[in-house]
Design a binder for this molecule. Structure first.
Ligand code: URP
Ligand code: ZN
Ligand code: ZN
Length: 459
């Protein structure tokens, strides 16, 4: 099977030119201008942008959490991602405290097997680090291609590890060439504030926000950076939301430290005023919570300064029925919101179309940097000779409106209902196959494959 894409505006993290791309099998085999080649299929991309498939390195598919499970599985999650221009996700395997990492991996292999439309990889969330689980780290990196280990500094009693475990884990992961990632918030402080608000009868979603003030994230980000500096492990902070936290990382650069930073599309586009909508605010109950306009400005600036390298989603959708679990108590609202489908289009619309970021930066933070940071570049994250042909053909001018009535995610509301977006994913090529053609699905469930990643010492 071969495809020739003609006359598109080809964008990578560094290139921007009108040209043609030849795809043979699963790979890009030629790039140039006025390419003459025989192909099974020709696509005229005149007037379109052509860029590498989006990579969302922070999603939670079919994940048991807060007494329920996220409502998108590998099938609906990766397919809705693809409709919006994301061809690969990295999902979190969640260790159950008291059980092994291997058990958790088995469970996630069952969840993903023969289900995904797009490609996927795993992070391992270590929620119980001890002498037994320590012995599993090397094998996960070397045999399973799972090189990133997620930690939680919050959700005590279910997911949180303490600082002693964190340092121990960092040392072990570093020894084998992996990376430690973190949900950086001060769990003890948050738990205290939740208890205080509840004791005062303050039970609406607004108090979810007021229980996680900026300082809880800023403090934990600085502490995590300190521990990473001490151990020398490769480090990454997920879903950063605020000025205080980014300044902690800015500060760490002064001692020549590199801490990778991810933010999510919602922290760039939505703010905490949504928590004033009574219980409807539950749609945006996530951790950390949405912040203030000044934090959005910091994050956009952080992207342009290169301090924030990735824009993900932390996609963790729940049906409205599930959100109602917390109708009388904000601390029981399952944390998370749906965004996997609209990340690329929202980033283009709010970022590029509104002049906040360049076209190259858009590709960098939606795809290329995730591939580089997580050890998949140049197989993923770019359009280059020999790269996987995961390619988006995108109309930069088409306007459309986001709605739960038309989205593909398995969730009965949209966090962006009624938003008008400029720019639309028209065609998606997934490892050499036309996968989405003007909204129509052309590949079968199960086409998506696990991408095993190399230890960082070997890259
Ligand atoms: O609210 C969130 N973020 N839910 C998913 C779990 C996590 O903390 O990433
Ligand atoms: Zn988190
Ligand atoms: Zn998450």
């Amino acid at each position: 099977m071969s495809i020739l894409i003609k006359n598109g505006r080809i964008l990578t993290a560094t290139d921007d030119f009108i040209g043609d791309i030849l795809i043979e099998g699963e790979k890009v085999t030629r790039i140039g201008q006025n390419l003459r080649a025989k192909a099974d299929e020709k696509i005229d991309a005149s007037g379109m942008l052509v860029f590498p498939g989006g990579i969302d390195p922070h999603v939670h598919l079919d994940m048991p959490f807060m007494g329920t499970s996220s409502s998108d599985d590998y099938s609906t999650g990766t397919l809705s991602a693809m409709h919006g221009g994301t061809t690969m996700v990295i999902d979190f395997i969640l260790q159950t405290q008291g059980k092994s990492l291997g058990d958790a991996l088995k469970t996630w292999k069952k969840k993903s097997s023969r289900k995904a439309f797009g490609d996927y990889s795993y992070h391992m969330a270590v929620t119980d680090f001890n002498e037994k689980t320590k012995k599993e780290i090397a094998g996960l990196i070397k045999k399973e291609g799972i090189t990133s280990f997620k930690t939680f500094m919050a959700y005590k009693g279910a997911l949180m590890i303490d600082d002693g475990q964190m340092v121990d884990l960092m040392q072990e992961v570093k020894r084998h060439g992996g990376m430690v990632t973190v949900h950086a918030t001060n769990g003890d402080m948050i738990d205290k504030l939740i208890a205080k608000h509840k004791s005062e009868g303050k039970l609406s979603p607004l108090y979810h926000y007021l229980s996680q003030p900026e300082v809880t994230e800023a403090e934990a980000s600085a502490r995590f950076a300190d521990m990473a500096h001490y151990t020398g492990v490769k480090s990454y902070i997920v879903h950063m939301t605020c000025e205080g936290a980014l300044n902690a990382i800015r500060e760490a650069t002064k001692r020549n430290q590199k801490v990778h930073v991810e933010t999510c599309i919602q922290y760039l586009t939505l703010d905490a005023s949504l928590y004033e909508k009574d219980f409807e605010g539950a749609k945006w109950v996530m951790s950390p919570p949405l912040r203030e306009p000044k934090d959005q400005a910091t994050l956009w600036a952080g992207i342009n300064q290169g301090l924030v390298q990735v824009v993900a989603t932390d996609h963790c959708p729940f049906m409205w029925e599930q959100k109602l679990m917390g109708e009388k108590d904000f601390s029981k609202i399952p944390n998370g919101h749906p965004a996997i489908e609209h990340r690329v289009e929202l980033l283009f619309s709010e970022g590029v179309a509104k002049g906040k970021i360049s076209h190259n930066k858009f590709v960098e933070v939606s795809s290329t940097n995730a591939a580089k940071i997580f050890g998949m570049f140049p197989q993923k994250g770019t359009i280059a000779l020999g790269s996987d042909a995961d390619i988006i053909i995108f109309d930069p001018n088409e306007k459309h409106t986001i709605s739960a009535k038309t989205h593909h995610m398995n969730v009965d509301y949209s966090a962006y209902e009624g938003w008008e977006v400029t720019g639309k994913t028209k065609k998606v090529i997934m490892r050499g196959k036309l996968a989405i053609d003007d909204g129509k699905v052309k590949i079968r469930k199960g086409y998506g494959k696990q991408v095993k990643r190399k230890p960082f010492s070997k890259i």
